[in-house]
Design a protein around this ligand. Structure first.
Ligand code: RAT
Ligand code: ZN
Length: 418
């Protein structure tokens, strides 16, 4: 079949599945790292098993104290999770299924349930070779990292020079500035930026200098923050002033979007550590409308955590071309919810959306996050194209490839270039 072949109802499903399965992905939000960052790049089966999504699940299935769990080594934690969630019951949750998909596609015989054999085989791999392997298996071409200049492990890597791996693009994470200014202003001063605790002219110009320097160093595709459901803008707060006087002008000057990930309630159960963040209520769309309407020269990337927010978010994106919505974030990254959201987004926004990002913290997870999403996307697109064929439309394979490319990162790149 060539690109001009006209698709019929008989060939539709197979063609769409094939195109979606083989299309390269540009993954626009992950917590993965270029190999130059050493141990910050997590990979392998013990990391997969101790993913924070699974830590929360094991605590429900096994009676074990938090302290006792955190005292264990990573291998012991992985053993416990494997035994509890994979051997003593079937791994039906999305996060558990993800591990099975990864191992299976990496070529392990998952029927054997032999964790020791997996560990033994993985010892033979170097991070660099493993990156190549995982990107090949998952057909992911490029990922965006989450880069935090305040991170004591990450910062020194940026400060010494290294050769960038083009497959790992950067995003500048600014939670420290916007979510805990009072705690972090002293840290900025230690780094040599003469900020005060108030957001006065001097502070604004020093924060702008910080952003300038890190933008030159890191070359981020966007600035990003993850926000609680009480996020309001404008409001009488230092955060609001920082956004208005530093973040928005900076993003305008460099022509890069400001990404807002809205809706997480941090540490609803601190004993779970990284797994302790939650979702307790939907968020308001007012700040997004205000930002998009009053700052038409700025571009905004938005994802929201609550299912209840998804429809209003789509409607808002219809009103503002400077708003690009992305991903099925975190607790929404489950097949039933992804399918619902992807259908709704295509129906309301056509192809001007990036329906998924992986949020991977472990390299191997690229395999399952994208495999599971591709299946859903193929189903949704097949239905949408079938409806078009029913209405008398003509469709070629080349057109399907073009559309899928847009959904798997192409539309994001167009948004960046706007
Ligand atoms: O999805 C996750 O793993 C979360 O822990 C967060 O990292 C979230 O995606 C974020 O970027 O804040
Ligand atoms: Zn994330």
């Amino acid at each position: 079949m060539n690109l001009h072949t006209v698709i019929t109802k008989a060939t539709l499903e197979k063609t769409v599945c094939n195109v979606v399965e083989t299309a390269p992905v540009f993954d626009i939000h992950t917590h993965l790292y270029d190999a130059a960052f050493g141990d910050l790049l997590l990979w392998g089966v013990d990391e997969l098993l101790t993913y924070h999504y699974l830590v929360a699940e094991v605590m429900r299935a096994e009676v074990i104290g938090y302290d006792e769990f955190w005292k264990m080594s990573k291998t012991q934690q992985a053993d416990l999770i494997w035994q509890t969630l994979f051997i003593e019951r079937s791994p039906v949750s999305e996060a558990c299924r993800g591990v099975v998909t990864c191992l299976n596609q990496l070529g392990f015989d998952v029927k054997k349930r032999d964790l020791a054999a997996v560990r033994k085989e993985l010892k033979r791999w170097t991070p660099q070779r493993y990156i190549n392997r995982v990107l090949e298996v998952s057909r992911v071409e490029r990922v965006v990292m989450t880069n935090n200049p305040f991170d004591p492990l990450e910062r020194p890597v940026w400060l010494k020079d290294f050769v960038r791996d083009e497959r790992f693009a950067a995003a500048l994470r600014i939670d420290e500035l916007l979510m805990a200014w009072d705690a972090n202003a002293p840290r900025l001063r230690e780094m040599g930026y003469k900020v005060g605790s108030d957001i006065n002219d001097k502070t604004v110009s020093e924060v702008r200098r910080f952003l300038d320097e890190w933008t030159h160093r890191v070359q981020p595709l966007y600035l990003a923050v993850s926000l609680t459901p009480d996020f309001a803008f404008p409001e009488d707060s230092k955060r609001s002033q920082l956004i208005e006087r530093c973040i928005l002008p900076h993003c305008r000057e460099y022509g890069i979007p400001f990404a807002l990930m809205i809706g997480v309630s941090r540490q609803v159960n601190p004993a779970l550590r990284l797994a302790g963040d939650g979702l307790v209520r939907p968020s308001s769309l007012d700040p997004i409308v205000h930002l998009c309407a009053n700052h038409p020269e700025n571009k905004f990337l938005v994802t929201m955590l609550s299912r209840e927010n998804q429809h209003a978010l789509c409607v808002t994106a219809r009103k503002f071309p400077n708003l690009h919505i992305f991903g099925c974030w975190w607790f929404l990254n489950d097949p039933s919810l992804i399918e619902e959201m992807t259908r709704m987004r295509l129906e309301l926004l056509g192809l001007s959306v990036t329906p998924q990002h992986s949020d991977c913290r472990v390299l191997d997870q690229l395999i399952y996050k994208w495999d599971h999403f591709r299946r859903i996307l193929a189903r949704v697109l097949t239905d949408k194209y079938r409806d078009l064929l029913d209405a008398g439309w003509k469709l070629t394979r080349g057109e399907i490839e073009r559309d899928v490319h847009l959904l798997l990162g192409g539309e994001f790149e167009r948004f960046l270039a706007r």
